[in-house]
Unconditional design. Structure first.
Lengths: 916, 377
């Protein structure tokens, strides 16, 4: 420990809104050893690690990592290939639909390794972690322990000098946990120079670290070797030592928990489960689980994440009907529709179900009301809950702003506000510090022992499991054993519950070869004698690397291929929509309903009406009776055009008195009104001309003639106009919305961290993600072209090459537009909504789809000028109907091409390479 | 589903409104959708002829041909440009002009001599909405101009039958009257479906809906709460859009009762929100929902009669669209706002619209529990 420190923080403070994550932290971490950060959740451990890894922007202070300032952009880019960071949360930076191999392979690409190098390294890593048999399994279907091993493989692919692990074993079963640490030890034996920085909430794990930093409320409250810390505080265990290190006020709240023994009353069991099975497709999440829980008992479910605890609990609450088996609450079969039983049950789900934006008091009040507590009891009950759970100081704070421990207490308070007889608690204490956890358990004990509430609780903490009256050990959907904690230990002949559980796990998995463990395997240096970490093909840090770009493109393509529904929509959605819109959308104005108010009823008037009714544009409705009838029927839209023939029309016509026919057109839809007016006036002229010819012979012909020539579409058939319009419309809306969630989804799900901490640049990230979507959209374009030719009979008359080049430029621009929306929104809803708003109106109205851009006014005109659809519509019309080629289309092609660099640059500028 | 509790629906809805209020970006977008977007749509686009680019090939170079060039003027047409006959093709290929009027040599002389000269009007037929209307305008204007020129010299026989056309409900057929209101309707559809659908998927992804299902609450109550709360937000938006933006800012007269329209809009919101929840029960993730929503909204907007008249569409499309609430709402909205229709005129459409909404609501309700618990993605 006499080497230069690997990490040095000076005066580092970090806050998020009101919350303080780090408060003036000054510390130096020794190199070449395993440094542990200990302390409960929310004390700033994760923030500290994120700062060290370069994932988060430093707000105040200086962080030196591997001999340089990580806050400095160029240094960060050069040092990132030497750091590996595994964020908190099981498999948070992994890609769930990708296989084990593909995940590691992707990280290899990000660090610029060539195919040969990657293959060798991956083979070595997978075999040494025991993941080799699961090479092809999607990450989503791995158990928690396996996910963490995979995460480790991904982190180690580039032989980092500094390995940062944020709570790598939280939520992992004890056997996997042990294997994980053995793996770390063997890696360290191989690469003694590597520094490891670990955050953990498990004190027993911290014992094995070389050096510890104890943290509380954003401050460092102690550091040194485990032995030093224990000696310093005069405590036998680290747990005790940590509690001693806490500030006086917090320590006082803590007292050792004692649980009075339970007196069995032999009454009806509160919960009975018989042979519960739950299958999702071919995956069996819960496999024939049976147990009985007596009234007032505290019954524990112990097991790793993903072993079926939550699914079993959901079956008990009626949320999930079991595939097989039966569950009974208080002797009654669980029925989703039974509201009475639900009133007796309090449920606290793993994901917090509080409403973050509501205050503590409002949350309690809302739940009291939803459970229909009578008005006179509600107030006192809420007040009582606030007092008993120590929530009074926080009454008016929004739940989202509370520290985790307090939020957990509120969740429990909410779950018991209606005095349920049964509590189902799904991992209620994960991530809560030891003091708060003990306080929480004190409340549970009180509920159980004093009020006879039955408690069914799941946990992955051993010391919590020991407090249960009885517990079931769960693994891979099966109950391995059920008994009292002492009984379980005795059965395996072990001293501790942890050892007993590991014994059961080994017995269960030994047969199934779930995790072969070549931990002691002789160290094989993957890179041979090469300098650690920087593979042959690595580009210089900070520079452009095609390999990394293609790495992202490849990964995105794999994900898209796995999501068959999305891929199907992306490819075929536009084909279906084109079919519907191409047939439905039409600017032909036909089938217009008209009626006549014939006040004359003469042969002449009937002749005029017959002339109009004979047109293919008009459909005649029953005659109008009078003015009022005309009024009414126009108002309710039954008639769009009314002809009013005056009395004595026939006589006046015969006498040459030039009678006047009145026509009323429904102007509600101006375009249709104009067209109807055009039709009726044209028909009138024809009628008059015919009349004159009949009366006067040829002498009556007009003084001159205007011959109308409709260019490009002689028959004026709507389909020739619609097909070239619908293609640009669909090629904007669908690609934009496909891409819109590209970045923001990674933000919400956490894999964005890989952008923050690997050498990949923002440009490579964005363009890499965009490429597969451009390819898919081009596929969809080809399908639409086929459809246009074969289904609609609208072939491209001009240059197909020019049109296709235009399409390529266009989808690059439109996916770029979606990407842009994705880079600056924070939630998926906002991205979806924003994209819909910025695409629908401009595409439909301002891009020349219906009205030429030149005819637009004000804002609409300018939006149209700077909108890609405008130019692609011109290209489509040019190529489809005008028979044009490059010679005429190049200005539009050039304009389209100009959108691409602008959109990409703005997206790059808006995307952050670090989290704030 | 048995009984339900109004107070539960009310309480849950209040919670929903608070979540909405907390998302400032979303609120901003909603405000824009009912203010700026309405203004842009109304003033930017006019479906009638406006500023159409025209050129004249004047081979006659007579006083009459000059007079014709002067007769085409803004706002319908841009001041016509004079080009040569050999320039017509290239100019039309590059979209410079929508119409080119070709006046042949000796037009005036032949006209005077009664030789029936022929003018040619070349129209770019790809400009769907303007080609026909514009051709009609030009024909009318040119005929009028020539007629006036002729009447000065010899008596033209008056037409044996005169025609007086007038447009009801929008006498000048101004596009502003149309665009703003239709944009408001489009935004109602889009907002409601996205808001409700996405909020539902988010709650599914976060597991908060599951939590509600463990409490003594019925799916019916949870759905109704989402509908009334989000619906109220949109209703306030559309009331503002029509009452303030359309009526005062754009100065478009509203023919019928705004209250009746808002009543119909409330029923429509129920129907659109039901579609949103329905889509939310089908999609398994937000990206899937996004695509589903686009594929739903675009046909709803384009084929419901708000852009082009529905009676001109093929019967099959009309039948499909009859199963969407938007068709009825567009009809109701046009009826009330333009034609001053009252309840007696629209009650059947209202009934059908609500019925369609109820069907979507029932399907969503049927799928609700399964969709919520089926979180394996």
């Amino acid at each position: 420990m006499d080497r230069a420190p690997v990490v040095r923080l000076s005066g580092v403070s970090q806050r998020y809104g009101e919350a303080v994550a780090l408060e003036a932290v000054d510390i130096a971490l020794p190199a070449g050893c395993m440094v542990g950060l200990i302390g409960p959740d929310g004390v700033g451990k994760s923030s500290l690690l994120a700062l060290v890894s370069g994932a988060r922007q430093i707000q105040q202070g200086r962080v030196e990592v591997l001999g340089g300032d990580i806050g400095e952009r160029h240094f960060r880019a050069s040092v990132q290939p030497r750091i590996a960071y595994m964020p908190q949360g099981l498999g948070k930076n992994l890609y769930p639909t990708l296989s084990v191999f593909e995940n590691v392979d992707f990280f290899g690409r990000l660090f610029g390794q060539g195919k040969k190098e990657r293959t060798a390294r991956i083979a070595e890593l997978l075999s040494s972690t025991g993941l080799a048999p699961f090479r092809e399994r999607p990450a989503a279907k791995l158990s928690g322990g396996m996910k963490q091993k995979l995460g480790l493989c991904c982190a180690l692919i580039h032989d980092p000098d500094l390995l940062i692990l944020d709570e790598p074993t939280t939520g992992v079963d004890p056997l996997s946990r042990r294997q994980f640490w053995a793996l770390i030890d063997s890696i360290r034996a191989r690469r003694p120079g590597m520094s490891v920085l670990v955050a953990t909430a498990y004190m027993e794990e911290a014992e094995r670290f070389d050096w510890l930093v104890a943290m509380d409320a954003g401050r460092v409250i102690g550091c040194g070797t485990p032995a030093e810390l224990r000696a310093q505080t005069g405590q036998a265990t680290l747990d005790g030592a940590f509690i001693r290190l806490l500030p006086e006020a917090r320590r006082q709240a803590h007292r050792t928990l004692s649980i009075p023994p339970r007196v069995p009353d032999g009454a009806l069991p509160a919960i009975e489960a018989e042979g519960l099975v739950q299958r999702f497709g071919d995956f069996t999440a819960v496999d024939h689980v049976s147990f009985r829980i007596e009234r007032g008992e505290i019954f524990g479910f112990l097991g790793s994440n993903g072993c079926g605890k939550t699914t079993t609990m959901k079956m008990l609450t009626g949320l999930l009907p079991p595939t097989e088996g039966i569950a009974r609450l208080f002797g009654k079969a669980v029925d989703a529709g039974d509201l009475e039983t639900r009133k007796q049950v309090g449920y606290m789900s793993q994901s917090f179900s509080l409403y973050g934006e509501l205050s503590v008091a409002a949350n309690l009040d809302l739940h009291a009301r939803l459970f229909h507590l009578p008005d006179d009891r509600r107030g006192p009950r809420v007040a009582e809950m606030m007092r008993r759970f120590g929530l009074e100081p926080y009454a008016d704070q929004a739940a989202a702003e509370l520290p985790l421990g307090i939020r957990q207490r509120l969740s429990l308070a909410v779950a018991v506000v209606h005095e349920p007889k049964l509590l189902i608690l799904d991992e209620p204490t994960s991530g809560v510090d030891p003091v708060a956890r003990d306080q929480f358990w004190a409340l549970l004990v009180e509920l159980s022992r004093e009020q006879g509430v039955t408690i069914f609780i799941s946990t992955h903490f051993m010391n919590e499991a020991e407090r249960c009256d009885r517990l079931s050990l769960m693994h891979a959907g099966k109950v391995l054993a059920s008994d009292t904690p002492a009984g379980l230990c005795a059965a395996r002949g072990e001293a501790t519950l942890e050892a007993a559980f590991i014994g059961y796990l080994e017995a269960a998995t030994g047969a199934s070869r779930d995790a072969p463990e070549p931990v002691g395997a002789p160290p094989v240096e993957a890179g041979g004698g090469r300098p650690a970490g920087r593979g042959n093909g690595a580009a210089r840090p900070g520079g452009f690397s095609l390999r990394r770009l293609l790495g992202y493109a490849y990964r995105e393509a794999l994900e898209l291929r796995r999501d068959v529904i999305r891929l199907g929509f992306a490819l075929l959605g536009s084909v279906i929509m084109m079919f519907v819109l191409g047939h439905g959308l039409s600017f032909d104005v036909e089938g217009l309903r008209f009626a006549v108010l014939d006040r004359d009823q003469s042969p002449e008037s009937r002749d005029y009406i017959a002339h109009v009714a004979g047109s293919r544009y008009f459909v005649q409705r029953p005659p109008l009776l009078d003015e009022a009838d005309l009024d009414r029927r126009m108002k309710n839209g039954e008639v769009s055009l009314a002809i009013d023939i005056p009395a004595d029309y026939g006589r006046d016509l015969r006498r040459g008195r030039s009678p006047e026919i009145g026509v009323v057109v429904d102007g509600a839809m101006p375009y249709r009104g104009e067209t109807m007016r055009g039709y009726i006036e044209g028909m009138h002229r024809d009628y008059v001309a015919r009349l004159l010819r009949e009366q006067l012979g040829d002498r009556a012909s007009a003084a001159f003639d205007i011959e109308s020539r409709y260019r490009y579409n002689q028959d004026f058939k709507s389909v020739y106009a619609m097909v070239p319009a619908v293609i640009p419309l669909l090629m904007l809306l669908i690609p934009a919305i496909l891409m819109a969630l590209g970045v923001v989804r990674e933000k919400e799900l956490g894999s964005i961290t890989n952008l923050y901490v690997t050498p990949v640049t923002r440009f490579e990230f964005l363009v890499g993600k965009q490429l597969p979507y451009v390819a898919v959209c081009m596929g969809s374009y080809l399908l639409m072209m086929l459809e246009a030719t074969l289904v609609f009979g609208v072939p491209v008359k001009g240059s197909l090459a020019a049109m296709t080049l235009g399409a390529l430029l266009y989808v690059t621009a439109t996916t770029g537009l979606g990407l842009l929306m994705s880079t600056f929104t924070r939630t998926q809803i906002a991205a979806l909504f924003g994209t819909a708003i910025v695409t629908m109106l401009p595409t439909l109205q301002f891009s020349g789809l219906t009205t030429p851009v030149e005819s637009l006014q004000g804002g609409g005109y300018w939006i149209g000028q700077f909108y890609p659809a405008t130019y692609f519509i011109l290209i489509c019309r040019g190529a489809f109907t005008k028979g044009l080629g490059f010679a005429d289309l190049w200005p539009s092609l050039l304009a389209l091409a100009a959108f691409i660099p602008v959109l990409t640059l703005v997206s790059v500028a808006l995307l952050k390479k670090q989290e704030r | 589903m048995g009984g339900f509790s109004l107070s539960n629906i009310f309480r849950l809805g209040l919670k929903e409104l608070r979540s909405l209020a907390a998302d400032k970006v979303l609120l901003g977008l909603i405000v824009w959708a009912f203010s700026g977007a309405i203004y842009e749509a109304a003033t930017g686009v006019s479906q009638q002829l406006n500023n159409a680019p025209v050129a004249i090939v004047d081979e006659d170079a007579s006083p009459l041909s000059a007079r014709l060039a002067g007769a085409l003027y803004p706002p319908y047409f841009r001041a016509p440009e004079l080009i040569r006959l050999d320039q017509v093709d290239a100019a039309m290929n590059s979209n410079r002009y929508a119409f080119v009027l070709v006046i042949p040599a000796n037009f005036q002389r032949d006209l005077a001599a009664g030789r029936q000269p022929e003018m040619q009007l070349v129209i770019d037929a790809t400009l769907v909405s303007q080609a026909f209307i514009g051709a009609g305008y030009i024909t009318r204007i040119v005929s009028g101009e020539v007629g006036e020129y002729l009447t000065g010299r010899r008596d033209a026989a008056p037409s044996p039958i005169r025609i007086a056309t007038r447009a009801r409900f929008n006498p000048n057929l101004t596009g502003v009257w149309f665009g703003g209101v239709m944009e408001a309707i489009n935004n109602v559809t889009m907002l409601t479906i996205i808001l409700v659908g996405a909020a539902f998927i988010r709650e599914r992804e976060h597991g908060t809906i599951e939590h509600l299902l463990v409490m003594p609450l019925r799916p019916f109550e949870i759905m109704m709460a989402k509908i009334w709360a989000n619906g109220l937000a949109v209703l306030i938006g559309v009331a503002f859009a029509l009452g303030v933006m359309v009526r005062h800012v754009l100065a478009v007269p509203i023919a019928g009762s705004l209250a009746l329209f808002l009543g119909a809009a409330t029923l429509y919101l129920f129907a659109a929100a039901s579609i949103g929840i329905f889509l939310g029960t089908i999609a398994r993730s937000m990206p899937q929902l996004g695509l589903l929503i686009i594929m739903t909204i675009v046909p709803l907007q384009l084929l419901s009669g708000g852009v082009t008249p529905q009676e001109s569409m093929p019967a099959a499309i009309q039948n499909i669209m009859a199963a969407t609430p938007t068709t009825y709402f567009v009809r109701i909205a046009q009826g009330i706002l333009y034609r001053g229709a009252d309840l007696a005129d629209i009650w059947l459409d209202m009934l059908l619209m609500t019925g369609v909404g109820a069907v979507f609501f029932s399907i969503a309700l049927f799928r609700f529990r399964k969709a919520v618990t089926q979180t394996q993605i």
